[in-house]
Design a protein around this ligand. Structure first.
Ligand code: GTP
Ligand code: SPV
Ligand code: MN
Length: 586
């Protein structure tokens, strides 16, 4: 039975059901009873595997199809009416043409299956930040995952009333055919359509599709920002909490930084770290003239490999109950394992593909983009402000990526405009989070290349205009945890040790420390990064902070090529900043 009288929802569900022809329609109410019933059903069909209840209570394993393990950027479209509104970095097709193509793929796709109607909220229901969505799907995995990642429940219908302003999402698994897989956004219609996939990033439509691609479009219209950023609070010994946002591309360290545990020397002094979000931030200008951030999500869809008691104990702890694991190793005792969890791969286990796995074979047991879907409230360091509808005030915005060379450990921009330039020229090595080559350096402005729902040139302009409207803007920095020596070893220990860099960043934000000016911006004075007990020598720090002019002149060439794609849409301010950089390097 329908759980709403909202005519826009009822009409749309009816229309989509006529197209996809499911045998039944089930209205999701968000209750634990209904979710439990669905989990049982999914276990009975093999869609979910119940894990060891004693060791991992309430946890499940899911395996996606072997050809369906990551986001598909080449099959992701922004179908605005005008091509120029999607811009040179997005795939585009005329909306009518795309709809005709999609209708064929959806036609009868749910025959013999059930359509689930999921009402969900991004951020706390009823809060001024909250935005609502309805996702239609024929996958129980999607229903139970959305119930972790977002706020699913009947109260969404109450909050929405009879209004039409919800994001429509249609997902059908269809044949899981990679050749006909499409992740399509119609920003002007508030609509998302996903077909032929079952992988989280392509089908949990509240996440990248809504909270970044659609929300970035809304943010531009309404004067706010939707960003691919973690939100972290650092509490100092005086008990003051200062908040940062950080944008790193996929699989470049957001979840790890968001759940950071400060090194012992900091803990002893009374420093603490609080996680507000690990992937997405919605930012607005507060009445006090600062920028305020909320995390619209309710859970973490985190990278499993590399997560260990050493690298990220908080993430591991978060996944010990009520978690869905995707494409990891299933051990003989029905628990989970992945590369980098510990040094002893399990014997007699099953790999991510569901086959018996020999750790000596040289083949990986877990897929490099295997993930956990875990409730935010499980996280030991979840911030007391996590559900605060006002969000948290941001002192610093940090951009960063994976660069073996070129980018120093940290540098600060000279001002907001220069900071926008720094974000716009970010580059990073590609990872397994999207299909395609791994380890290739590409431009990924603000870590939003795959997630901006409109023309990236307009997006930069929007950033520049936001800066003019924020009386007390955050200071903008760039970090690189991934610089290597000539043997390819990381020079910086990373993870919890990144606290040492955050300390400098926050000191800069509150005008508590000097810096050294270079061609690219401000860098720390050698003595100003605390290296006590870090195992890092002053010489290594000097190498990490080195700005190699030759490499940066190469960089300028790359930036020019990239900027050229944007034609008239490239803001003049960014051209100016590029000229300044080139001058400074001479
Ligand atoms: P998405 O969920 O795809 O957006 O990724 P993310 O940005 O949250 O990345 P995550 O924190 O999951 O880290 C991805 C990979 O980078 C993991 O394998 C981590 O172990 C590794 N990593 C994270 N932080 C650091 C660091 O400071 N240094 C080094 N060397 N590796 C890191
Ligand atoms: C990312 O790729 O940045 C992720 C995972 O956070 S996904 O939901 O697949 O986008
Ligand atoms: Mn992400």
């Amino acid at each position: 039975m329908a759980l709403t009288t909202n005519k826009y929802i009822l009409d749309w569900v009816k229309e989509m059901a006529e197209l996809t022809q499911p045998d039944n329609i089930v209205w999701i109410d968000g209750s634990e009873e209904q979710l439990e019933q669905l989990r049982r059903e999914a276990v009975s069909t093999g869609e979910l595997i119940k894990l060891n209840e004693e060791k991992l209570p309430g946890c499940y394993l899911h395996r996606s199809a072997i050809n369906d393990v990551a986001r598909v950027e080449d099959r992701t479209f922004i179908c605005s009416r005008r091509k120029e509104d999607a811009g040179p970095t997005n795939n585009w097709m005329d909306p009518d043409e795309m709809l005709a193509k999609l209708r064929k793929l959806y036609n009868g796709a749910m025959r013999g299956r059930t359509m689930y109607v999921i009402p969900y909220s991004m951020s706390v229901v009823g809060s001024p930040f909250a935005r609502y969505g309805i996702e239609l799907t024929d996958s129980i995995y999607v229903v139970v995952s959305m119930a972790i990642m977002t706020r699913v429940g009947k109260n969404v219908y109450e909050a929405l009333g009879e209004r039409p302003d919800f994001v429509k999402g249609l997902h059908a698994q269809a044949e899981l055919d990679a050749e006909n897989r499409y992740i399509v956004h119609f920003p002007e219609e508030n609509t998302i359509m996903s077909v032929n996939s079952g992988y989280g990033g392509n089908v949990l439509l509240g996440k990248k599709c809504f909270s970044l691609r659609i929300a970035s479009y809304l943010g531009r219209k309404e004067g706010w920002l939707a960003e691919h950023m973690l939100i972290l609070g650092i509490e100092n010994p005086k008990g003051e909490v200062r908040y940062i946002c950080a944008a790193f591309p996929s699989a470049c360290g957001k979840t790890n930084l968001a759940m950071l545990i400060p090194p012992e020397i900091y803990r002893k002094k009374g420093y603490k770290a609080w996680c507000v979000g690990d992937d997405i931030a919605w930012l607005r200008i507060g009445e006090d003239g600062r920028l305020w951030a909320v995390n619209p999500e309710n859970g973490f869809f985190g990278v499993a490999p590399g997560t260990s008691m050493k690298s990220n104990p908080n993430a591991l702890e978060t996944t010990r109950k009520n978690t869905i694991f995707t494409n990891v190793v299933q051990t003989a005792e029905n628990t989970v394992w992945w590369e980098g969890m510990d040094k002893t791969p399990p014997r007699g286990a099953i790999n991510w593909k569901g086959e018996p796995w020999d750790p000596d074979s040289g083949e990986k047991g877990a897929h490099p983009n295997s993930r956990f879907t875990a409730p935010a409230k499980n996280c030991p360091c979840i911030s007391p402000e996590f559900e605060n509808p006002k969000g948290v005030p941001i002192s610093s915005i940090i951009f960063g990526g994976r660069r073996a060379k070129t980018a120093p450990l940290v540098y600060q921009s000279r001002n907001w405009q220069h900071g926008v330039f720094v974000g716009s020229v970010m580059a990073s090595e590609t990872t397994a989070a999207a299909t395609g080559a791994v380890g290739v350096v590409r431009r990924d402005p603000m870590a939003m290349l795959p997630f901006c729902g409109y023309n990236m040139g307009d997006y930069w302009q929007h950033w520049l205009e936001m800066g003019k409207r924020i009386p007390n803007p955050p200071k903008i920095f760039n970090v690189n945890w991934f610089r290597t020596d000539d043997m390819g070893h990381y020079l910086w220990p990373g993870f919890g040790e990144n606290m040492r860099v955050l300390e400098w960043i926050l000191a800069r934000c509150f005008n508590e420390i000097d810096a050294e000016e270079t061609a690219i911006g401000y860098i720390p004075k050698l003595g100003d990064i605390n290296l006590e007990d870090s195992g890092v020598s002053k010489e290594t720090l000097a190498e990490l902070l080195n700005v190699d002019k030759k490499l940066w002149l190469e960089e300028v060439k790359g930036i020019k090529e990239f900027y050229a794609k944007f034609g008239d849409k490239l803001p003049g301010e960014l051209k100016e900043e590029l000229a300044t950089l080139e001058n400074n390097l001479d």
